[in-house]
Design a protein around this ligand. Structure first.
Ligand code: NDP
Length: 284
């Protein structure tokens, strides 16, 4: 029988460290501040925003939201983002993605300074993730998945990690983070042939697909670790991961639930990154 590995103890451990750091910074008259920039009213952005605000409050970190209309022009958005970036009291910026289709990501991705880019949007940070250089910021969700593996002492070195999904937000950077820890990494996507055959060899299986309950027990190896990154909100408001947890639990070794899995660690990583950005701001 597999064991459910929840995100809360991982998030609590990270939060504890963050709180100590924030206290120390404040004693030195440095007041960490996060700015969240949201365009439009997407349900998943708002849910994440709420969770992030709560986490920052717990960590005693100031957090403000800039909510922009869905129809904001590219020019106005660029001006707004530049002014947030230029604000010296702001140490870290979280910009919700994907951006609306009328805004060209290539025109905005360098605006947030790499030192304030705590969710890895700026290509400088993206390339640092590729290089395995930890001086930048890796994206929060893949990092949260790694924190879970480390907290529960999952052996990564030399193991076969199969990542289903190759987006820039989750699949690709997570593959690089696993590679840095010496996993043998296989990245799968919608054109992958014989997916089941590949995933069922994985010692560590990461599901970042965006398809509710797609991964059933036929996709997993006996005793493996299964990390479910998926967040799929059904029309009735129910939330499911990409893994059919009930079906996989018995065959797996360790498996994260949804909700209460990766998602709950993501905001703690965001807070940890904000503290790192605040410390960086002292150096520059
Ligand atoms: P994307 O839609 O950007 O990417 C999905 C990936 O899955 C693509 O690479 C796609 O392949 C691949 N894919 C789609 N269908 C299949 C299939 N049938 N077989 C194999 N691969 C497939 O999603 P994201 O990466 O942004 O997000 C993935 C999941 O993680 C979503 O459920 C999202 O909600 C969730 N998420 C969770 C977060 C958290 O904090 N827990 C934060 C961010 C996302 P291809 O490239 O060929 O199209």
């Amino acid at each position: 029988m597999g064991k459910l590995i929840k995100g809360k103890p991982v998030a609590d451990a990270i939060t504890l460290e963050v709180k100590k750091d924030v206290e120390h910074l404040k004693q030195n008259n440095i007041f960490p501040k996060l700015k969240i920039v949201r365009i439009g009213e997407r349900e998943d952005d708002i849910a994440y925003e709420r969770a992030a605000l709560k986490r920052m409050q717990t960590c005693d970190i100031a957090c403000e939201v800039v909510a922009l209309p869905a129809e904001i022009s590219q020019e106005d958005f660029i001006l707004k983002l530049k002014s947030v970036n230029d604000d010296k009291t702001v140490h870290g910026i979280l910009l919700f993605r994907p951006l609306p289709k009328h805004i060209d990501e290539d025109k905005v991705k360098y605006i947030i300074n790499a030192e304030k880019d705590i969710d890895c949007f700026n290509p400088i940070n993206v390339s640092k993730v590729m290089e395995g250089d930890e001086t930048g910021f890796s994206p929060c969700t893949p990092t949260a998945s790694m924190e879970i593996l480390k907290y529960y002492n999952v052996e990564i070195r030399g193991k076969l990690a199969v990542v289903v999904g190759r987006s820039m937000v989750v699949g690709k950077p997570l593959s690089m983070l696993l590679l840095k820890e010496d996993a043998t990494v296989l990245m799968c996507h919608s054109k992958t042939e014989n997916l089941k055959e590949l995933t069922s060899k994985a010692d560590i299986l990461i599901a970042a697909v965006g398809k509710a309950k797609m991964i059933t027990k036929d996709y997993i190896k006996q005793g493996s670790t299964v990390i479910d990154v998926g967040i799929n909100i059904e029309q009735d408001g129910n939330l499911f991961g990409d893994v059919n947890t009930d079906d996989c639990l018995e065959k797996s070794g360790l498996i994260t639930p949804v909700p209460l899995g990766v998602g709950s660690v993501t905001t703690a990583v965001l807070a940890k990154h904000l503290v790192k950005a605040t410390k960086l701001s002292i150096l520059y």
